[in-house]
Design a protein around this ligand. Sequence first.
Ligand code: DAH
Length: 347
Amino acid sequence: MEKFSGLEEKVAAIRAKIEEAAAGMDSTKAVYEGMKRFMDPKKGVISEMMKEMRSIPAEQRAEYGKRVNALKAWAQERFDELGSQVKERELACRYEQEKVDITLPAERTHAGKLHPITQVREQLIDIFASMGFTIYEGSEIETDYYNFTALNTPQDHPARDMQDTFYLSPEFLLRTQTSSGQIHVMENDRPPIKILSPGKVFRSDDDATHSPMFTQMEGLVVDKHIALSDLQGMLDIFVQKIYGEGTRTRLRPSFFPFTEPSVEVDCSCFSCGGKGCRLCKGTGWIEILGAGIVNRKVLENCGIDPDEYSGLAFGIGIERTAMLKYGIGNIKLLFESDLEVLDQIDD
Ligand code: DAH
């Protein structure tokens, strides 16, 4: 029985040692290491006690084993308990560290969007595409023939003065108008034709409302019996979609070498409804584009019989449309890429 009284003390000492070690276990890792020290199947303090069983007299072995097993069960339970306590503390600590202050004002993010010119260009394309127009994109470098001569504007024509041209050579130039696209399309396609030609154009012109590079959108319809009334019908739909339901159009006689008759198209002022204001300079009308019935000579230049077919054409300035739509006074604001400014321009 000597051994047994010694065992009691040993068990008590181990329990005390575990408790002592438990006080310093501040992480799951520490608990794991503590558990290994006492309970490792090979080298653990309690396992060592199990091994000693061999030296215990046979009649006492069962009792010895029972006590060491009880110690082992207690220790297991204690380490499990310590493990979950430490885990809980670690988790609470992590929650504290990763806490999100939902009362903090959010950081301002800058959402990108399309440039106003692109927005207007896409709107115009959508409107005319819904009327059956398809897109033809010509090239920015043109020959004198496509930009002028074929459009009934020969070398000595005074109308060339209206468009200060950047010549690259006597033959090549930066196109001054998307009207050049009309010729390419009519040379390659036979009527019925219904195309829209958007793109950059260039003129030596620079002030608050003009820029050396700007964007136009040409429209061309060629078929049998095309008349000015078809033009006005299309443009009515266009102005209502762009400037609002109640907007009307009016055609004024004008001159372009490639159309006969030629018209300047005005729309009723969408700012004052036609009463007269600063935007429409008191007239109630705003000039929005040039248009007309395709000149017979232009059809002939492209091999289309003007006795069989007629056409209508129009040319819209995209920057001008954007400036009117968004109330922008200076065209440069559209080209300076100042996000503070561009952000304010929207529907
Ligand atoms: N090309 C002309 C310009 O740039 C605009 C224009 C006027 C286009 C009448 C047309 C048209 O198609 O019929 O000033």
